[in-house]
Design a protein around this ligand. Structure first.
Ligand code: NG6
Ligand code: CA
Length: 508
């Protein structure tokens, strides 16, 4: 009897100790983080954001498992500044040279400051980028694409990188893995030029008969032809290294899956930057024609499928419950952005911008208000959140989560929004600045003020309202999400106050 008692006491206390130990281990087990950044996906492009002509079940599932934000923004209505903001936590318009970069641009992300990936590195994470970069490579325009290409993502905080340099419609159309062009034949070196033709290869302008997808008139996507598609910029050589657009989703997916598998035992941060649905939209054969909305719709289905595959991999590796997945877009939607791909002619009533005004390039809401979903782990409260967020907030929010302090002299426009991101509060920012092509806008609570500008009212190439006006614009987004009624003259005090606040923040 006595023996049995002491045995059970021993058993109980060891179970207690085991519990304590596992709690301690769990507390140390920091969550992995994956940011899935899509390219030009609009606020109304997903079924969980109200789209009815297209079905995105995998992303909808993320939204069900986590928090879906209705008022989250990229910093800017185009890619380079938007991604600059994400990487640095700083509004991109504070720094010159952060506009849309050509494919041969030098690196614009500072190598001596804490960036989003280097923050994770400081916390002991393994960090990786797979996908679109568009933040420049090397120290100058003229660079040798055939040697070691640096500085780039590996110099600003990524342990591993598998990228394409700029956009899918700009040369060089090659993948770069940790400083080197993938599959480059040294006997066929690459040369890139944005000012004049290099080599004897065909161009969209000279050889339109070779194109499998025509470029739209006046957009200028008619330089070097790669995979039957005219690109922006000239390139010669690297013939075996040039990508096939239809293979790109599988290439990126397999690299992302590899990164996840390799690092499943350590905490990791993966920035998975998809090209869909940016131009040229040339989805893989299994998705062509699937959406009934042209290649843009097919590219969205392809992107949704990819998201599902990543989630399957997390499940398979047993780490889905310990991984935060953030899904978002770098800027708003555009239909005709350079190619005759059916985006306009086969739109079939789909509204990529939802009920918002404008689109990519625009200071109106559709330029920067983007899908933003935060999913899992179990600590996340599920639901829909109206919190006002910006992608510049990710850096300070993760600095909080990881308990890594930022340097005091680093200018950070982002705010710690961790509690909002985890769905624990609906309170977001009160003030936010957004960038169109020609001007800035400021949000304060329900009010939005757009600074006067001489820029064009319409972008005629893309048929997008730019949000420019020589007069100040003021909208009450609570009552008028479509920015139909300019209230600037009705509420001159609010207009003045916001103009002043914008000026103050600009001068900070
Ligand atoms: C524009 C291109 C557009 C696209 C965009 C960059 C023209 C006329 N249009 O200048 O096709 O490449 O740049 O898109 O050249 S972004 O999403 O990377 O910002
Ligand atoms: Ca983009």
């Amino acid at each position: 009897m006595h023996k049995k008692n002491s045995f059970s006491i021993l058993k109980k206390s060891s179970i207690f100790l085991l519990c304590l130990l596992s709690t301690a281990i769990f507390a140390q087990k920091r969550p992995n983080v994956i940011i899935i950044m899509t390219d030009d996906l609009g606020y109304g492009d997903l079924s969980c954001y109200g789209a009815t002509k297209i079905n995105t079940p995998n992303i909808d599932k993320l939204a069900k498992q986590g928090v879906r934000f209705t008022d989250a923004h990229s910093t800017s209505a185009t890619c380079t500044p938007s991604r600059y903001g994400l990487m640095t936590g700083q509004y991109p318009w504070r720094t010159k040279g952060t506009g849309i970069l050509p494919g041969d641009a030098a690196l614009i992300v500072p190598t001596d400051k804490t960036t989003l990936p280097s923050l994770f590195q400081k916390a002991g994470y393994k960090t990786g980028i797979v996908g679109k970069w568009h933040l420049g490579l090397g120290n100058e325009l003229q660079k040798n694409w055939n040697g070691e290409i640096k500085p780039g993502p590996n110099e600003v905080g990524f342990d591993y990188s598998y990228i394409f340099p700029a956009t899918a419609d700009r040369v060089p159309t090659v993948f770069v893995e940790n400083h080197h062009v993938v599959a480059l034949d040294p006997n066929d070196p690459i040369e890139v030029d944005y000012s004049k033709k290099v080599g004897n290869g065909p161009t969209g302008k000279e050889n339109p008969e070779l194109l499998k997808m025509k470029s739209s008139p006046n957009h200028g996507h008619n330089n070097t032809i790669v995979n039957g598609i005219g690109r922006i910029g000239y390139m010669s050589g690297g013939n075996k290294a040039r990508w096939t657009d239809e293979e790109m989703p599988m290439t990126f997916l397999s690299k992302a899956n590899e990164f996840i598998e390799t690092n499943k035992k350590v905490p990791f941060f993966l920035y998975y930057a998809l090209t869909e649905p940016h131009v040229p939209r040339m989805p893989s054969t299994m998705f062509k024609g699937k959406s009934g909305l042209g290649y843009r719709g097919d590219a969205i289905l392809q992107m949704d499928w990819t998201v599902g595959e990543i989630m399957k991999q997390l499940e398979y590796q047993g780490i889905a419950n310990n991984t935060i997945v953030i899904f978002t877009s770098d800027n708003g939607p555009v239909l005709d952005d350079g190619y005759e791909d059916g985006a306009v002619t086969e739109l079939n009533g789909h509204t990529p911008w939802g009920s918002l005004r404008g689109g990519k390039y625009s200071t109106f809401e559709a330029g920067t208000r983007v899908p933003f979903i935060v999913r899992g782990p179990a600590t996340i409260k599920k639901g829909v959140s109206p919190a006002l967020l910006s992608q510049v907030d990710l850096l300070p929010s993760f600095s909080k989560m990881l308990n890594v302090k930022l340097d005091k002299d680093q200018v950070i426009d982002g705010e710690d929004m961790l509690q909002a991101m985890l769905g624990k509060t609906n309170k977001g920012r009160t003030v936010l600045i957004k960038q169109g092509i020609n001007t800035l806008a400021i949000r304060k609570e329900n009010w939005k003020y757009i600074d006067p500008s001489n820029g064009p009212t319409m972008n005629l190439l893309t048929n997008i309202e730019m949000g420019n006006n020589q007069q100040p614009q003021l909208y009450d987004l609570n009552k008028d999400i479509g920015e139909k009624e300019n209230l600037a003259s009705r509420y001159p005090e609010i207009t003045k106050e916001l103009a002043k606040l914008l000026q103050q923040i600009k001068e900070q």
